[in-house]
Write a protein that binds this ligand. Structure first.
Ligand SMILES: Cc1ncc(COP(=O)(O)O)c(C=O)c1O
Length: 420
């Protein structure tokens, strides 16, 4: 296992913006997190708690020479509330809230990632000629950390995100961190920003890993240098509807992906490409857009940032993964949860007409979790589902998945990674 994460102790007056520590450095001075003007000042009490808590990170360092990778943290605390950032936890939306630290690790083309660091959250510097800015050589990931009632912090299948990033990096001609490096970097970033993890039941800490061509390149070619970066933000519900059913419109002209393209990986350009259709849909009052395949224009693909499922009786169907659809980790998990609950699951071509006599439709994704669909409009015709609110199957699967993710039920699947 290899991870280069170190928690650099930073002095606010230090001329250097960040500090890179070599594998052998273990005595690290930790100072309290920066206090952004966006956030209320910490009380001296909470500041001292922060200091006590942050010293834990001093024991997290990389000893790559002897393959010992230690992450030692204090035992779960019983007084969680007093250590939280002072923000309105009851009204979290899905927007960026600057936190304390971000993780960064660089490597050159042809080399491997080896040493990362935690630095203050803030803007990054890029050449105007960076590969990511000029040619879209970039990928992102998304996962969440939940705070449990006993003070523990839980991640959901982070190794799946690490693996997906690696597959995407191959497609986009980029080096990528190993899955172990990815998971260790995620853990370090979450722990460094622990006070931003919402209290149980109020939301989660959204974790956004990025991989980008950060080196300067003028002619079209892979970038000479790459940056892996992770930042985090506390979040609540993704859709403004909250858990209420969303309203989708089927897009018949614009396609999210084409065979042979990059729809199956989480590259940044896939998202810019859907903004036009998504903005038009939102302007008409829809929550988001449901895309069709670009060849036959009749099979469901997915929504801008989530997968789609159709329920008919005891059968739950979702479009098969075939290169144009992002292999969602929530999708994969829901298929397993549904199977374990006695549903029949099918991954296949799902024709748009099947929406007409479906019992329920729902979407899945890290950000949206399991989001019930209230209506779908296709060629001007609107089909509604669940006149009595959230459908039974959507509700059942939502509860099963979120109970697992939040540590409220036993993790029989082995999907949860505990940070303490
Ligand atoms: C296009 C697209 N489809 C599906 C998903 C759902 O994937 P996951 O469940 O891994 O978050 C996402 C979100 O990452 C996405 O961007």
């Amino acid at each position: 296992m290899e991870s280069g994460a170190v928690f650099a102790g930073l002095h606010p007056n230090s001329p250097s913006h960040h500090l890179l520590l070599g594998p052998s450095r273990s005595a690290i001075k930790i100072l309290p997190p920066p206090i952004s003007t966006d956030h209320k000042l910490l009380s001296p009490h909470s500041l001292s708690l922060q200091l006590q808590k942050q010293t834990r990170f001093a024991s997290f360092s990389n000893h790559s020479n002897n393959n010992v990778n230690s992450l030692r943290v204090a035992s779960p605390t019983s007084n969680v509330a007093s250590e939280l950032a002072d923000i309105d936890w009851d009204n979290l939306g899905f927007g960026l809230m600057p936190t304390d630290y971000m993780y960064t690790m660089k490597c050159s083309q042809g080399e491997t990632f080896s040493k990362g660091e935690l630095i203050r959250f803030g803007n990054i510097e890029l050449s105007p000629s960076a590969g990511v800015l000029n040619y879209g050589q970039g990928l992102f990931e998304g996962l969440k950390a939940y705070r449990k009632h006993d003070g523990n912090i839980l991640l959901f299948r982070p190794e799946e995100n690490g693996q997906r990033l690696r597959l995407g990096a191959e497609r986009m001609c980029m080096p990528a961190p190993t899955v172990d490096q990815f998971v260790e970097a995620v853990k370090a970033t979450v722990l460094a920003n622990e006070r931003w993890i919402p209290p149980p039941g109020k939301g989660s800490l959204y974790i956004r890993p990025l991989l980008m061509g950060s080196g300067a390149v003028l002619g079209l070619a892979p970038s000479p240098e790459y940056t892996f970066l992770i930042y985090v933000s506390p979040v609540g519900n993704y859709f403004k509807e909250g858990l209420a059913p969303i309203n989708l419109i089927v897009e018949t002209e614009i396609h999210r992906a084409t065979p042979g393209g990059t729809g199956g990986v989480k590259t940044i350009g896939n998202y810019a490409a859907v903004l036009q259709a998504q903005s038009a849909a939102k302007a008409k009052g829809y929550s988001d857009v449901l895309y069709l395949d670009s060849i036959n224009k009749k099979y469901l693909e997915e929504v801008s940032s989530c997968n789609v499922f159709v329920v008919k009786g005891n059968v739950i169907s979702t479009p098969a993964i075939k290169g144009t659809i992002l292999p969602g980790i929530t999708r994969k998990s829901i298929l397993d949860v549904a199977l374990s609950q006695g549903f029949q699951v099918e991954e296949r071509h799902v024709a748009v007409e099947e929406l007409l006599d479906a019992d329920e439709v729902f979407c899945t994704g890290t950000a949206v979790v399991v989001s019930p669909v209230g209506s779908i409009t296709y060629l001007g015709k609107r089909v509604s589902y669940g006149s009595e609110g959230v459908g039974r199957v959507s509700q059942q699967l939502y509860s099963a998945l979120t109970s697992l993710q939040m540590g409220l039920t036993e993790d029989k699947m082995g999907w949860i990674v505990e940070l303490k």
